[in-house]
Design a protein around this ligand. Structure first.
Ligand code: NAG
Ligand code: NAG
Length: 275
């Protein structure tokens, strides 16, 4: 309990630093956290993040490509990670104000794998110009019926299609393969401040769920999770200072069976997650 209070105080300091950076954002602009939060018809808020289904009628058909989509949400947000099955499945039923939109996610595929459901990873352009990457948990994505099907060959990216689900497509979204389409993007915006709640003890035994592992102070561990696009939970060992960030939730029944009971690790989750 004392440790948690100390933790919170350190987070407070960090929040102040972030505010100095983010203070320049124009709160009324569409592609900001505030803009996302004020457009509930086209957004979904979970774990503090706001995800916005965005399109712009001035975009020519079949643009942007996936590469172009990477910079649409910058600099106050990024292209989205499907943080949980529910997040993508919720946005699947939102209408981004155009007919039958095809919305880019930051999901791409390494086509050197022959199996269609292999090689998928999240690849997100950050405001710094570098990419954050993490292998996707393919079973945790609401694919459309029959997808991924490599329909046009060498399909190396993925979109969310309204009322269908996630489908694999070529990142160069040519009309010869897919017809003329109005494109959309899903943006991800992080709050400046968020809560991380204690959630029992243990750690995940599956390496595929681990985003990062470092030896750091408790407040640094929280900050690392907060600044990651993928982090839903973390385990911290106060004695060894081992910090493990995870892309899944301990209470999600799809993953809870993979927790190693280990009383030396405290588990924390992002507040307000839904799976
Ligand atoms: C669409 O894009 C134009 C040109 O970049 C921009 O001026 C306009 O504000 C955008 N519209 C919306 C609704 O974001
Ligand atoms: C794709 O996978 C192959 C085989 O595992 C690997 O050698 C290559 O580096 C990967 N490419 C990318 C861009 O990750």
């Amino acid at each position: 309990m004392v440790r948690l209070t100390k933790c919170s105080a350190s987070i407070g300091l960090h929040i102040l630093q972030l505010m100095l950076i983010y203070n320049f954002s124009i709160s009324a602009a569409v592609l900001t956290y505030d803009g996302c939060m004020s457009d509930s018809a086209h957004s979904y808020t979970v774990g503090g993040w706001c995800f916005l289904l965005y399109t712009n009628s001035s975009w020519p058909l079949n643009t942007p490509t996936q590469d172009g989509a990477q910079s649409v949400c910058l600099p106050y947000g990024t292209l989205a990670v499907g943080v949980t099955y529910k997040m993508l499945n919720t946005l699947k039923y939102r209408n981004p104000a155009v007919t039958y939109p095809h919305a880019w996610l930051g999901l791409v595929r390494n086509t050197s794998y022959s199996a269609r459901n292999q090689g998928w990873y999240w690849r997100i352009l950050l405001p710094t110009g570098s990419y954050a990457t993490f292998p996707a948990i393919v079973s945790n994505i609401p694919w459309g019926p029959g997808d991924p099907n490599n329909y046009a060959g060498n399909e190396d990216g993925a979109i969310l299609v309204q009322n269908h689900g996630v489908g694999d497509v070529k990142t160069e979204y040519t009309s010869s393969s897919y017809g003329s389409q109005q494109m959309a993007v899903i943006c991800q915006f992080a709050p400046i401040q968020w809560k991380y709640l204690p959630n029992g003890h243990g750690r995940f035994a599956v390496p595929a769920y681990q985003i990062a592992r470092t030896t750091v102070s408790d407040s640094t561990c929280v900050t690392q999770c907060h600044l990651s696009l993928f982090c839903l939970s973390f385990a911290y060992n106060p004695t060894t200072k081992d910090c493990q960030l995870y892309s899944v939730l301990p209470q999600d029944p799809k993953f809870s069976g993979d927790i190693n009971v280990d009383s030396s690790y405290d588990l924390y989750i992002r507040d307000g997650m839904e799976y």
